[in-house]
Design a protein. Structure first.
Length: 491
């Protein structure tokens, strides 16, 4: 070990000690946003206002050279703060134009401020960095999260914590910010990202695409997708701009897969409230992902979306623009507020296009699955069915290693239909519109939603909330003649 290496390690140890002592003195956990499921995500003590990410990639290898400019406001007196960043090499780091010392431990990037900040002070962080982005593995989806390079294309899927694989971030949905994404690629490639494409410039064989996301966005919803895309532009009947990006070899599928996209935007705008962003659309990745993601303003799909009827998936990701994107989670334990609402939107779209009977058939099938009744035909014993249902966990408090389980989707959606039957259609749709309007561009919790539901319906819904979200045994839905089977000790 050479002397330079020893000196570097000593500096790192001193910085870590300084961070730890200061955090204890101020009783501020700089390494956490305080999430109940993922306490290691995000940071405290500041509020990011805007990210500008200037990034270049050669597309013939997995490599990036980038600069992140982060503007933020201190929410506490600070002598240091943390960001999340995985693996990538930092070349230079300044705060308010002055060089800042920093240290790293795992995904934590710990920065000592050149000058202390008082609560309410604005500050700017500029970080130049480079390297080979390394996706993280999600145990629930079995997916590679973050920046993915594959076969000469790039796609970014980050829920819940993949943003830190390609830019330094306060990587928790409770700290939303606006974004500028300036992505430079070899001429001939196309970049599809969040917001509105404001400018495209080509020079010396390189093309830069500047996308502006003007409404606040959670970091996991930021996306960059690069391929030789074909763009399709249109607008809904009510005037919402639409743009889809498909690989050249799949361009003929646009109308078949996304032909009703504009109708969906207008329908959901009618029942949820105005579409909350400047544009909408889709990007198709030339990879069989096996999942889709509601990346803000431009939902991301794998190539499997092109096979068969995809209206339910298209409707699901679109509904997230209201529930999950415009209204974001305060804590990951409330993921049903995203997935249950989007799942119920699938059934609302089915009701709109095929009628109440089709909706009820889909809901009954989901109830059979979530109650265990639909599993008995496969020869499982009651004990096995109980074990499977318990493995999903509680809808309102899922296991962090199984975040995207069936309970947050299907039982979350069933919770909303049961609420609709309890309070009636008029009150139910007023609840949805009020919730979407009151928390536009903000964050909300389960309690926030039920506070609105109780105020509008005039009912005490505490027992309803507990039974549907925090008890394994699914309640009955008498109005639909849906009852859980007896899964006692008998087989």
């Amino acid at each position: 070990m050479n002397l330079q290496r020893i000196f570097s390690l000593l500096i790192t140890a001193c910085l870590l000690a300084a961070f730890s002592a200061a955090a204890q003195d101020g009783q501020l956990d700089l390494s956490s946003a305080g999430d109940s499921l993922y306490p290691e995500l995000g940071s405290s003590g500041f509020d990011v206002q805007h990210y500008t990410i200037r990034l270049q990639t050669p597309m013939d290898e997995n490599a990036i050279t980038a600069e992140a400019i982060i503007t933020a406001v201190a929410t506490a007196d600070l002598e240091q703060f943390n960001l999340d960043l995985v693996s990538l090499n930092i070349d230079n780091l300044t705060v308010n134009g002055e060089s800042a010392e920093f240290s790293r431990s795992g995904s934590e990037l710990m920065i000592l401020l050149p000058q202390p900040l008082s609560a309410g002070d604005s500050f700017e962080v500029v970080i130049q960095y480079h390297g080979m982005p390394t996706p993280t593995q999600d145990p629930s989806l079995g997916a590679r999260l973050g920046w993915n390079f594959a076969d000469g294309l790039v796609y970014v899927v980050s829920e819940p914590d993949g943003a830190q694989t390609w830019f330094p971030a306060n990587d928790h949905p409770s700290d939303k910010a606006t974004f500028t994404l300036e992505i430079t690629v070899p001429e001939g490639f196309v970049v599809a990202a969040n917001g509105v494409l404001e400018e495209t410039t080509t020079q010396d064989g390189q093309t830069t695409f500047r996308w502006e996301m003007r409404q606040p966005m959670a970091t996991y919803l930021a996306t960059v997708n690069i391929d030789r895309y074909v763009e399709f532009e249109s607008e809904s009947a009510e005037g919402v701009p639409l743009r889809n990006y498909l690989p050249e070899r799949y361009s003929r599928f646009n109308d078949r897969v996304f032909g009703r996209q504009g109708e969906m935007v207008d329908y959901f705008s009618n029942i949820f409230g105005p579409y909350p962003f400047d544009a909408y659309g889709a990007v198709v990745v030339d990879q069989p992902l096996g999942f889709a993601l509601e990346t803000q303003t431009i939902s991301l799909f794998g190539s499997s979306i092109l096979m068969g009827d995809a209206d339910d998936v298209v409707a699901h990701e679109l509904a997230h623009q209201w529930f999950g994107n415009s209204i974001s989670l305060e804590d990951w334990s409330d993921i049903w507020l995203n997935e249950g609402f989007a799942s119920y939107a699938e059934w609302l779209w089915l009701e709109h296009t095929e009628g109440p009977d089709a909706r009820d058939a889909a809901i009954a099938e989901a109830y059979g699955f979530m109650s265990g009744d639909g599993w008995q035909e496969f020869g499982l014993t009651n004990a096995q069915i109980r074990a499977e249902l318990m493995s999903m966990g509680l809808t309102g408090s899922p296991d962090p290693d199984n975040l995207f389980n069936a309970a947050v989707y299907y039982r979350g959606g069933l919770t909303l239909h049961a609420l609709r039957l309890v309070v009636g259609d008029d009150a139910f749709f007023e609840i949805l519109r009020t919730y979407a309007g009151q928390y536009t561009y903000g964050n909300a919790t389960t309690d926030d939603f039920f506070a609105i539901a109780e105020a509008i319906s005039g009912r005490n819904l505490e027992k309803f909330k507990r039974d549907w979200l925090y008890v394994i045994q699914i309640p009955s839905i008498p109005a639909m003649r849906l009852f859980p089977p007896n899964l006692g000790d008998s087989n």
